[in-house]
Write a new protein. Structure first.
Length: 628
């Protein structure tokens, strides 16, 4: 196998020539200049990420991750123990708010991922500037950038995947030295203890192992060492039963046995192997999902990755097959397999995060794409200096990156985002003293849990998550946490009358609902009073005048920090929160319309649309009133 020779940190130009289509193993030297460029791209990324990082909780799973990190709790399946423990360490940093401290973990992971992409690209291409350009092009891809600003499992997943790929590239240079391979196996196991999608890299890794099977068969102890390293990487899962036993303020599941731990790891409550378990969210066109995947890349990234694939096939063929196999599985295959119906509101927000891995595994190809551009230029313009062409290519990419930063900064910036925390506090602030709040949906549940468990806001309000009442562990948890709350069943398994039984068993408490009831068993004996952001469950014997309803909602709306529609992020749960803020005015308008007080109804419908201009029910009502 031909080997390019590194000279002063640069590769022999002949080795990269298009006339050399056979495979070349590149061994670019890492010296102080190489490290300087790496530190520069990592630092630039870190600074801009830190400036735009969230100072508060943000919609999605982020509020839950902040909660479990700050309280050493247990997150939803499969538990995410690595990000939880690291998040706890970051929560101890004496800088800013607790959410900001934990969000800094995402900043660090994002910046280090960029550094590793640079090093991988350099080992493959031998060009410092081009590798730096490739890394920065990923750093400020809007999707990658936005998910380096808030705590989630994905930024750490990106980092571990990038580290594993880098170690495999190093091992491929000297497969007789097993240390990088064993280290990569450990990182893979650690990745599985963080986010299970890293397992999608297994086919690409298997290809590389098969490629060097002769060495591995001669030294079978290496395979044993790798297996042991993976198992060691999985050890953080031991955290979950320990944490559950401490009875933290938030613990998803009561993990007290090996069986409980396995169930949590396999996500049995969600449906093992399914991205979404609700039938309404499943289905749709695979083509549309692949389109969303491709839209995760910028146009320049797509072009340079395609050119990079050509260059890799000609000069680093093993990496061509490795990268193509990795992308095919984490990208198009996963998009099809996910079976997510993109016609459902906000589901794109859920799916897009899973395409970060596709961005990471293809990023080094950008540097090889730039190498092909330079080689082509040298052939067509033989008198031009190679260093000048390299600098020009890197400069052009830098200009594009600056343009991306300038155009996407305001949309990506999370530093002033308080939508989720204000929403949670407004919901809890609405509730009467010593009341019960019934909630549904991640956009409501996780922010409210954070405000209640970490901020200790409104500790007198018992928060009960309706979606979890089907689990015996959660019913036991409610009874333990709120002794005054009566749950008249060990678990809700769809039996009729559960909602009514719960309400009647807790008549001593005011009960509010944010979301949809478990069933319709309340309709004959109770009614829902639109009281700001919640609906109070009232007996039919209680009457509330329209004037009282108007006064109550005027008062509550005056205290709310209503999310501004233009500043919220489209196709995310934030738009759902805006709609929730518009509903109090809509409910008042509906009562005026029922009373045939059409001018007042029109005024309140318009007030609802002032909050959410796209609220369908309000738009339909105004159209209906136009005929009155």
């Amino acid at each position: 196998m031909a080997r390019a020779i590194a000279r002063g940190g640069r590769l022999d130009a002949a080795a990269l020539s298009p006339s050399r289509p056979h495979e070349i193993a590149l061994a670019a030297r890492v010296d102080w200049r190489t490290l300087a460029v790496g530190v520069a791209v990592t630092s630039v990324s870190a600074v801009i990420y830190a400036l735009t990082a969230a100072r508060d909780i943000v919609i999605g799973d982020s509020p839950e991750y902040v909660t479990v990190a700050a309280t050493l709790g247990v997150a939803h399946p499969p538990g995410y123990p690595v990000v939880t423990m690291l998040g706890y360490l970051f929560s101890l940093i004496p800088v800013g708010s607790v959410p900001f401290r934990v969000n800094l973990l995402a900043v660090v992971c994002g910046a280090l991922t960029i550094g590793l992409i640079y090093l991988t690209a350099y080992r493959l291409s031998g060009h410092r500037l081009l590798s730096g350009a490739a890394a920065l092009l990923l750093a400020f891809n809007p999707l990658f950038w936005s998910w380096s600003l808030v705590i989630e499992a994905f930024p750490l997943n990106n980092l571990l995947a990038a580290l594993m790929v880098y170690l495999l590239v190093v091992w491929n240079e000297r497969p007789d030295r097993p240390a990088p391979l064993v280290a990569a196996a450990f990182v893979g196991g650690l990745g599985l203890a963080n986010h299970q999608t890293i397992a999608l890299l297994a086919p690409a890794v298997s290809y590389l192992l098969w490629r060097h099977r002769a060495i591995l068969f001669d030294r079978p102890w290496v395979i044993g060492a790798c297996t042991g390293a993976v198992l060691v990487g999985l050890l953080p899962y031991a955290y979950l039963p320990w944490a559950a036993a401490q009875r933290p303020p938030w613990s998803w599941a009561a993990i007290s046995s090996v069986g409980d731990l396995v169930d949590h790891f396999l996500r049995r409550s969600y449906g093992t192997g399914q991205l979404v378990s609700q039938p309404l969210m499943q289905g749709g066109s695979p083509v549309s999902r692949i389109t969303v995947l491709l839209e995760s890349f910028t146009a320049l990234q797509i072009a340079l990755i395609a050119l990079g694939a050509v260059q890799a096939y000609r000069s680093v063929r093993w990496y061509f097959w490795f990268a193509m196999l990795a992308f095919a599985v984490v990208g198009p295959f996963f998009a099809v397999y996910s079976n997510v119906n993109l016609a459902v509101s906000f589901i794109v927000f859920v799916l897009q995060r899973f395409f970060l891995l596709a961005l990471v595994v293809t990023a080094p190809l950008v540097a090889l794409g730039l190498v092909l551009v330079i080689d082509t230029a040298k052939v067509r313009i033989p008198r031009i200096r190679p260093q000048l062409v390299s600098a020009a290519a890197a400069g052009c990419v830098a200009i594009v990156v600056l343009g991306q930063v300038a155009t996407a900064y305001a949309a990506v910036d999370q530093s002033g985002n308080h939508v989720a925390s204000h929403f949670a506090e407004d919901i809890l602030g609405t509730m009467p003293e010593n009341s019960i709040l019934l909630v549904r949906g991640d956009a409501v549940v996780f922010p409210v849990i954070y405000a209640s468990a970490v901020e200790r806001y409104r500790p007198d309000v018992a928060v009960v998550i309706l979606d979890l009442l089907g689990a015996e562990w959660y019913v036991r948890q409610v009874r333990e946490r709120y002794p005054d709350v009566v749950v008249p069943f060990d678990r809700w398994n769809g039996q009729p009358g559960a909602m009514k039984a719960f309400v009647q068993a807790n008549r001593a408490h005011a009960i509010g609902l944010q979301g949809i009831a478990l069933d319709d068993s309340l309709k004959d004996d109770y009614w829902f009073y639109g009281y700001g952001l919640v609906q109070m469950i009232e007996p039919m014997s209680k009457d509330v005048t329209l004037d009282t309803m108007v006064a109550d909602n005027e008062r509550l709306l005056g205290t709310y920090r209503v999310a501004s529609y233009p500043t919220t992020k489209r196709d995310t749960f934030e738009r759902g929160i805006v709609a929730d803020y518009a509903l109090p005015a809509y409910r008042v308008a509906k009562e005026f319309e029922a009373a045939k007080l059409y001018p007042q109804a029109r005024k309140w419908y318009e007030r609802a649309l002032a909050v959410d201009p796209e609220l369908p029910k309000a738009l339909e009502a105004l159209h209906r009133l136009a005929t009155q």
